[in-house]
Design a protein around this ligand. Sequence first.
Ligand SMILES: *Cc1c(COP(=O)(O)O)cnc(C)c1O
Length: 387
Amino acid sequence: MSRKIYLDNAATTKVRKEVIDEMRNYFDEMYGNPSSAIYELGRRSKEAIENARTTVAKFINADEKELYFTAGGTESDNWAIKGVAFANKEKGNHIITTKIEHHAVLHTCEYLEKFGFETTYLDVDKYGMINLEQLKNSIRPETILISVMYANNEIGTIQPIEQIGEIAKEHGIIFHTDAVQALGGVRIDVKKQHIDLMSMSAHKVGGPKGIGAMYIRKGVKIDNFIHGGGQERGKRAGTEGVQNIVGFGKAVELAGKNFDEHVEKLTAVRNKLIEEIKANIPDVVLNGHPTMRLPNNVNFSYKYVEGESILLLLDMEGISASSGSACTSGSLDPSHVLLATGLDHGTAHGSIRFTISEETTEEDIDFVIETMKNIIVKLRAISPLNK
Ligand SMILES: *Cc1c(COP(=O)(O)O)cnc(C)c1O
């Protein structure tokens, strides 16, 4: 059994070979500190950072002066929410977010509640979509921030970002979106979509781990999160991870090449996987939206079985996937996202997420379907839940 099929690209992606090649130069040859621009070695590093900044900014239709590198999606989410809360506390103490955000957003909002901030958590429908009327009705005079993720990491649902941006703009409220999963899979235009703050991460788009970015629209009132030196134009201190930034830039450059073709190809393979699961395995529920979903996301609940057991058996066949409960650090509670869509605990527990990549082939899909068919039959035969 040497066959390996990696279908957990929402957890992280393989670093592209071109990215590693590009990064390598910044370990051994161009190791200068970008702040030491008085000499050539430092200047080279500085230039490399600015090139990456331009690439990432262009990809989301931002000005490069509006882009700041961070240590990843989690830091960007923390910065956006705490930074806006503390900088605007004279104006108000109310934040609107959703029940299906990543923990980097949810736990940050919970933390702020200790400081007198209040959070409204918007509901989602069975497809994981927020309701724009509920959003409008939740707005108060003291609302300072709306934070709604662009696309969900578990079920892949893509929110109506442009409409949310319009509502926020009409009310003069800052709009943050966690676009970690959307980057590279969806066309993002921060200007057209009225986005004020946006979190990004490299390792979800073929770049290295530990590097991300935040888009901050010019004029948005936000406190610094990391204090120290004057790096990132005084907004995010700490010697830049030059090699990581270069890798992020390269990954985004590659994502921008043949973007439409890439999305089309992923969508076709994703649809095949969805259709074949529906056709071959009885008693399944597709989680997430049927069409407004990430091109690489397939998430089903398999009734009467445990997701954890499926994962173990998949792993024995060399297939990596993710379940609706384990990702929260060994916790046995079912995913907050699946519960928010209205699934009962039992059904939520039997959920498996497959997230494909450009490398996923039709043969991989055939093998996964055969394997899943066998696993589900086997587990259901011994399941006490299966009456
Ligand atoms: C992965 C992820 C994050 C966290 O990003 P890191 O770079 O791993 O810290 C945040 N939000 C979403 C939606 C994610 O998928």
